[in-house]
Design a protein around this ligand. Structure first.
Ligand code: ZN
Length: 191
């Protein structure tokens, strides 16, 4: 039944993949976790499988998402971090009972608490946001150049000059817009 919902945009960074579940924030916003079950799906594909999710837990997840978005945006702009967002991120981080575990192959996985609750999963997401915003990871927070998006994303490119949160969506749209604009200016040009 998932087919009727918008796809997820999955990046390599948990915290900004999570804020990306609401996209086009400055345009026609697309909510990619519209139902509790869709949050369960997102958590599962993000390596944080939970047993179930209530409407209240979905609300708490979205609160965390918006707090991370606000704090990451401020960090990207080098503005002071919003106090309420920081408090919420810290609270969710403290509420989770997840442990990092090492697989025999040497990969890190998350083991949620005994009830595999949404709170445990959100704790992992909040901790990930903390490490990104605190500048502890190799990369740089930046804002997407698409005017209808402006999502905060984590740029791990070597030159740290990535412009779009997602090449396949925002990047492509911008390229098409430029292409159409140049066609209007030079109607006879093949370029
Ligand atoms: Zn974008």
């Amino acid at each position: 039944m998932s087919a009727q919902f918008p796809d997820f945009r999955l990046g390599k960074v948990l915290a900004t993949s999570f804020t990306g579940t609401l996209s086009e924030r400055r345009g026609n916003a697309v909510e990619r976790i519209p139902t509790p079950n869709r949050l369960v799906d997102w958590l599962a594909v993000s390596g944080l499988a939970v047993e179930s999710c209530t409407t209240a837990q979905l609300e708490r997840a979205r609160e965390l998402r918006e707090a991370i978005h606000a704090a990451a945006t401020a960090a990207a702009r080098r503005d002071p971090l919003p106090v309420s967002a920081v408090e919420l991120i810290n609270e969710r981080s403290a509420q989770g009972r997840a442990a990092a575990v090492l697989t025999p192959e040497g990969a890190r996985r998350w083991r949620l608490g005994s009830t595999s609750s949404v709170e445990d999963a959100l704790g992992v997401v909040a901790a990930d946001a903390i490490s990104v915003i605190a500048g502890e990871r190799d990369g740089k927070l930046a804002l997407c150049s698409s005017p209808t998006c402006q999502a905060a994303f984590f740029d791990t490119s070597q030159s740290r000059t990535r412009k779009w949160c997602d090449m396949n969506t925002c990047g492509n749209r911008q390229k098409k817009a430029r292409f159409n604009a140049s066609k209007r200016e030079n109607p006879g040009s093949a370029k």
